[in-house]
Design a protein around this ligand. Structure first.
Ligand code: ASP
Length: 361
């Protein structure tokens, strides 16, 4: 019996070695990518961010506003890049980069969050660590200045993945988070957007006396500016994070894709890290961020192929729109979107910076 077992173990070992050899031979791209990004001795790293996708058209944008967006994107991505360059973790880079965008009124996250139907601001955020597949998220918080930091605390300091509303804020207080008065999130721009949408909704309702849920509750300009980041650090670890105020005029405590792990955010060291932006209902139904990772893992597709499949086919076929930013384990990046524009930026290990807003750039 012992002899049979020894023979069996030896056979498994032999096959295992052969498979390992085949695996090494079967992945020429990995070697190529590493060589492209620097010598195998110099570990590669990179970072990619978005500041929301939507009907962003050059003709609707003044030069000064466009400049303000480009400057803020650059400030944010440079901060994250510096962390990675100094050997910091992908998770540190993701959260610090997102903090800068959360603190800016330009983006629909933190300070610049959009208004709900009831004229409040309800914020959602999530993070995921590709090394451990740990994740944390918060939804519907109203007093947290930087929801992405609370998402990290949920991941690190609670046994849970997703906390909601008052409970999430009680946890934040226990963790010593600074709470802000909800008025901190008031910006006139966002408030005027809500008023415009509500006026339109009212006119439409008066006109054809339809029940309210038959009216598209989200006009074209209701979902700009969610922020997100995906990063690869020098240790080969991936992380992603997303933070948002959701969609203008949302009601009934609507929660979008941003705090849903697998929809708004996903990271896995075996594949890639992804942050989504767009019409959340569709991104939840298509499980966008996880689907990109799964296509790569199960079919061997590249990040570019997987992202194109999901963003240019699956999401629009359902009727949704939006985009993603993602980085894979070799530092390859995707900034795929099916809308007129997406605020976005990328920096590689060499420090090359690439910022875009509109489709044609
Ligand atoms: N995805 C976000 C949501 O549905 C909105 C956005 O990305 O602009 O809440």
């Amino acid at each position: 019996m012992n002899k049979i077992l020894t023979l069996f173990a030896a056979t498994i070992l032999l096959f295992g070695c052969q498979n390992a050899e085949n695996e090494t031979r079967d992945t020429p791209n990995e070697t190529l990518d590493k060589t492209e990004n620097g010598s195998p001795d110099t570990p590669t790293f990179g970072i990619v961010i978005h500041g929301g996708a939507g009907t962003i058209l050059k003709e609707n944008m003044s030069d000064s506003v466009e400049m303000a967006y480009r400057q803020k994107l650059e400030e944010a991505i440079r901060a994250g890049h510096e962390i990675l360059e100094k050997g910091g973790t992908a998770m540190e880079a993701v959260t610090k980069t997102i903090n800068i965008m959360e603190d800016s009124p330009l983006f629909n996250a933190g300070k610049g969050a959009v208004f709900t139907h009831d004229e409040t601001n309800e914020l959602d955020a999530s993070v995921m660590d590709g090394a451990t597949l740990n994740a944390g998220a918060v939804a519907g918080v109203t007093k947290i200045k930087n929801p992405i930091d609370l998402a990290v605390a949920v991941m690190d300091d609670s046994p849970h993945v997703l906390l909601y509303g008052e409970g999430a804020q009680a946890f934040a207080m226990e963790q010593g988070f600074e709470m802000v008065d909800p008025s901190y999130f008031y910006t006139d721009n966002r408030f005027q957007s809500l008023k415009r949408i509500k006026d339109r909704e009212r006119t439409q309702l008066d006109h054809d006396a339809k029940i309210s849920h038959a009216v598209d509750p989200y006009s074209k300009d209701s979902k700009f500016g969610t922020v997100g980041c995906a990063a690869l650090d020098k240790n080969g670890n991936l992380a992603a994070g997303t933070s948002t105020g959701g969609m203008t005029n949302k009601r009934w405590n609507r929660i979008g894709d941003a705090p849903i792990i697998g929809a708004g955010t996903y990271a896995n060291n075996a594949t890639c890290a992804v942050s989504s932006t767009g019409w959340g209902e569709y991104f939840i139904r298509a499980m966008v961020a996880h689907d990109i990772s799964a296509i790569m893992q199960y079919t061997g597709a590249s990040l570019e192929e997987a992202a194109r499949e999901v963003i240019q086919k699956k999401v629009p076929e359902l009727g949704g729109d939006g985009g993603i930013v993602a980085i894979d384990k070799n530092g390859n990046v995707s900034m795929e979107f099916n809308t007129a524009g997406m605020y976005r930026a990328h920096m590689n290990a060499a420090g090359d910076l690439n910022i875009g807003i509109y489709k044609e750039e």
